[in-house]
Design a protein around this ligand. Sequence first.
Ligand code: KL2
Length: 418
Amino acid sequence: MEGTIKRHWEYICNHNKENTKILGDKNVDPICEDSENKFDFTVMSYNILSQNLLEDNSHLYRHCRRPVLHWSFRFPNILKEIKNFDADVLCLQEVQEDHYGTEIRPSLESLGYHCEYKMRTGRKPDGCAICFKHSKFSLLSVNPVEFYRPDVPLLDRDNVGLVLLLQPKIPSGASPAICVANTHLLYNPRRGDIKLTQLAMLLAEISSVAHQKDGSFYPIIMCGDFNSVPGSPLYSFIKDGKLNYEGLAIGKVSGQEQSSRGQRILSIPIWPPNLGISQNCVYEVQQVPKVEKTDSDPTQTQLDKTEVLATAEKLSSHLQHHFSLSSVYSHYFPDTGIPEVTTCHSRSAITVDYIFYSGEKKDVAGEPGTEVALVGGLKLLARLSLLTEQDLWTVNGLPNENNSSDHLPLLAKFRLEL
Ligand code: KL2
């Protein structure tokens, strides 16, 4: 018998953004702030390891005892975990279609979840699911995203994303919607060009789903398996909202592997204009040529300006997005500096899974009353602690007797200030 490893809730009190403090561990919920106009909810992101991928990549699981690799052994464990954590929103990756239909969806429905699913395109039969508690949210819209594009040769991979708009159910009535996105980006460590483009496509969809009439955005939660490590260019782009990729090798984008022999440098731009997504990661509106006729012929001037802008954008190696996203996890244990891991098998033990959320950093340049920027944003209340690689090898790595995926579930408690 392999032992179990305890993970604990870390409660976070961040009245003051500069020194976000972890207040307590263990299972005490210190009262950070007693606000009446709030909506609290929990989110889990979990790559549950599709049986099909487990069998295709069986060399990664040679350290495991045979019986723990059977789906009939793994599924009850995964379900038990989901049931015990009881999150209000589940973002699941590697959800195999047949298992989803026959076991996963029915089981989650009987636990009070509404489930939405997007299967990959192509031949691999898994996909992403977002499930939420009926009791906490109603569904406003479902927006699947396919990263495969027959008209864009770069985008020949079958990964997908799913974006939901959810309405919190609160007794007092008015609350903004919440946008929840889930994805599993391409694995191939050498194809950072595709990974970045897939991310841009997800961000463009989130922009269009989460954007409000006044130009601001609903609160956003973006979860998933990004197949990129903390501090990598792809990760930094998510957190910083900008990336200059000039001279960057395609194999360096995700940071999964050290070597970059014989690697191409990212082209500028990375994706072609017919994708219809700008360097700011929003859908481009169809340019209808403006015909303005006056005596001095301003049509000519109009045209020149458009051309100049188009050229400037084409030559720029800068990507941007419009969200202020923070990561629930900080990726290193503060006392030791040892990395947290979210996935562990015989070839690697790294962080590739994340829960990103919007709303906490707004640099309103030190003006008095800056905290007001938090209104409508999400506040991180707590997270379930992660583990080190060493911790996991004391229980024979992943999957094991009790943890039935090669990833750990990530969990966060959020507060929406109303
Ligand atoms: O890294 V993952 O596992 O997020 O845990 O995402 C991919 C990999 C997943 C979907 O493609 O399948 C795993 N070597 C190792 N792992 C692989 C490989 C490979 N060649 N191909 C797919 N996966």
